[in-house]
Design a protein around this ligand. Structure first.
Ligand code: MTE
Ligand code: MO
Length: 430
């Protein structure tokens, strides 16, 4: 096949200064810090030698009783959080989970975005990364990252959820915390070029109805997606929350199909092939299909349906005592906006409508809150999301009635948190 190098209006592609070097320059730049630390009265002698070896903000023990009496830390090149904050992902080699119960608002800090990879996070030099677009196109093309960044860009907030999220709950209340059960979903602001813009360059044959996307990780993960259903919103992203994608999220380039199961959002994407039919790869046959009660399998179940979870109070937490509690949580739908979230404190007998934090964006985590006076007695907290299509999040019983328990993916039932008289919160199914 003849590959034509991509050329746009001007022949010299815009050059950007590469910023691939790790920000390790602080180690070679001690004078400012030394001057500062010598001036700090509490840091002298042997302690100073120790402190000079660690970034100032990285050591909670260095905190003084009265911060108004010592100069503060100098400016830094790349920030880090307070040493008092310890919230972390729950990480296993092939996945890590977002600590939903510890977050505020709707944006997931990039360092806490969940990860799912089938064979590790590759290290990719963006200057050598290429995207090949071929198959049923008029002009097969290869794009560099600079060329992709030169196209008109778009940014949007969107959640990304693994279809295996909460999957252990099919078999009963298995997980303990919101993070452990539901932590394979996160929200970022994503920036990139529309897939439709790129396909505008390559052209497309009339029979090109599907697209295969392939990653350049050791798993070389592939998925087929129906082209006309994704073209309106599909993005080839190179940025997340204002900076380049994290390696875990697909640096330097990933496909993002807002609202669709995470596995279709191929990371480290190197190849797009337009085809006339799905290619029936492993990830759409042996994996990512849903076995129904009669033993047949649903295939190509792309949309993540409406779901919600109360993140506070949630499993593993403990209420300090009776009185005011703000019930807080997240709701989302792969089919559009969250229309309403109802909350129950009596296991689903009575419901009240929670307040939604604006803006309520389509295919994006939405924060809900409602006030509650806990009387100190046992209670079961639930939230139930209704999306703009009118779809209402099912109870566990309703979901199992339709899907049986042969499935692993696409579990979106109402989460129940039981509060004991001593304030302890645990995972139950009612
Ligand atoms: N190339 C490649 N893309 C991939 C994967 C992978 O293993 N390799 N995992 C997929 C799965 S199963 C999910 S849920 C999402 C996870 O995206 P994240 O790690 O940015 O949260 O990436 C998808 N894209
Ligand atoms: Mo996934």
């Amino acid at each position: 096949m003849k590959l034509v190098k991509q050329q746009t209006a001007q022949s010299t592609p815009l050059k950007e200064k590469t910023t691939t070097a790790m920000p390790t320059t602080r180690a070679k730049d001690p004078p400012t810090r030394r001057a500062f630390l010598v001036g700090a009265t509490s840091v002298v002698g042997a302690a100073a030698a120790h402190v000079l070896l660690t970034p100032f903000l990285g050591n909670a023990a260095d905190v003084t009783d009265d911060p108004t009496r010592v100069p503060g830390a100098p400016a830094t090149e790349y920030g880090q959080r307070s040493p008092f904050e310890r919230v972390r992902r729950l990480a296993k080699p092939q996945r890590s989970r977002t600590p939903l119960q510890a977050l505020h608002g709707v944006v997931t800090p990039s360092a806490l975005h969940f990860e799912r990879h089938h064979n590790g996070v590759p290290r990719i030099d963006p200057s050598r990364h290429r995207l090949l677009v071929h198959g049923l196109v008029e002009r097969p093309l290869i794009f560099t990252m600079d060329e992709l960044k030169r196209f008109p860009a778009v940014s949007r907030l969107a959640f990304l959820e693994c279809s295996g999220n909460s999957g252990q709950e099919w078999k009963g209340p298995r997980g303990t915390s919101a993070q452990e059960i539901h932590g394979l979903t996160s929200t970022s602001e994503w920036t990139g070029v529309r897939l439709s813009t790129v396909l505008g360059e390559t052209g497309r044959h009339a029979e090109a109805t599907w697209m295969l996307a392939e990653g350049s990780d050791a798993a070389a993960m592939t998925r087929s997606v129906p082209l006309d259903r994704i073209l309106g919103e599909a993005l080839l992203c190179y940025a997340q929350n204002g900076e380049p994608l994290r390696p875990e999220q697909g640096y330097p380039l990933r496909l993002l199909l807002p609202g669709w199961e995470g596995n279709t959002c191929i990371k480290w994407v190197r190849r797009l092939k337009l085809t006339s039919a799905p290619l029936m790869t492993r990830e759409e046959t042996s994996k990512y299909t849903d076995v129904m009660p009669d033993g047949t399998a649903r295939q190509f179940t792309f949309e993540m349906e409406a779901k919600s979870v109360i993140t506070s109070p949630s499993g593993g937490q403990r209420l300090p005592g009776p009185g005011f509690v703000e019930i807080r949580g997240l709701a989302w739908s792969g089919r559009g906006r969250v229309e309403r979230v109802d909350v129950s404190v009596d296991g689903g007998k009575r419901w009240r409508t929670a307040a939604l934090q604006s803006p309520v964006l389509p295919k994006c985590h939405t924060r809900f809150r409602t006030a509650w006076q806990w009387d100190g007695r046992e209670a079961v907290l639930q939230s139930r999301c209704t999306d703009e299509t009118g779809y209402r999040q099912p109870t566990h019983e309703e979901l199992v009635a339709v899907r049986g328990t042969n499935s692993y993916y696409h579990y979106n039932a109402v989460q129940s948190w039981k509060i004991d008289e001593d304030g302890r919160v645990s995972n139950v199914q009612v």
